[in-house]
Ligand binder design. Structure first.
Ligand SMILES: [Zn+2]
Ligand SMILES: [Zn+2]
Length: 150
């Protein structure tokens, strides 16, 4: 492929299709209507699960190859979290009621397409790290209000 040739993949801020996989390759996915942005969640559950803030990417639809290798942990009344049984890679956060998926940015093959645009639960972030950038940072209260849950 010619260097510098950039084939447009998006209409607006949404990529039609993006692929990714777990560390061992037993699970791979094709996601559609991918919102080309990464959101970090600093909440205590995400940090414990991911070992760091959760870098999440919203997708309209996702199809997994290797479903048999996915284990699902119900983490709350409203959400569950999936990971590869073989290598432990965290794969998704899924809303139980709607089936909406948030995929983990690091599992995408092309993470360069997914810039960090926002942080939530900033009031739960431990003091030992912080991200650069002039994007919105919402507290738990602000975030819950923004999605109509407070
Ligand atoms: Zn795996
Ligand atoms: Zn979280």
């Amino acid at each position: 492929m010619a260097v510098g040739l950039k084939i447009p993949k998006s209409i607006g801020g949404t990529a039609m299709s993006m692929t990714g996989k777990c560390l061992c390759g037993a699970v791979s996915f094709t996601a559609e209507s991918v919102k080309r942005e990464t959101h970090a969640c600093h909440c205590g559950m995400c940090r414990r699960w991911a070992g760091s803030p959760l870098f999440g990417v919203s997708v309209g639809k996702v199809e997994f190859d290797g479903d048999d290798n996915i284990a699902v942990y119900v983490s709350s009344d409203w959400a569950e979290r999936g990971f590869c049984k073989n290598c432990g890679t965290n794969l998704f956060y899924r809303l139980r009621q709607t089936g909406d998926h948030i995929l983990l940015a690091g599992s995408f093959d092309d993470q360069a397409e997914l810039p960090l645009v926002g942080e939530i639960y900033i009031d739960q972030k431990p003091p030992g790290y912080e991200f650069a950038g002039d994007h919105p940072r919402q507290t738990e209260k602000e975030f819950l209000a923004s999605i109509g849950m407070a």
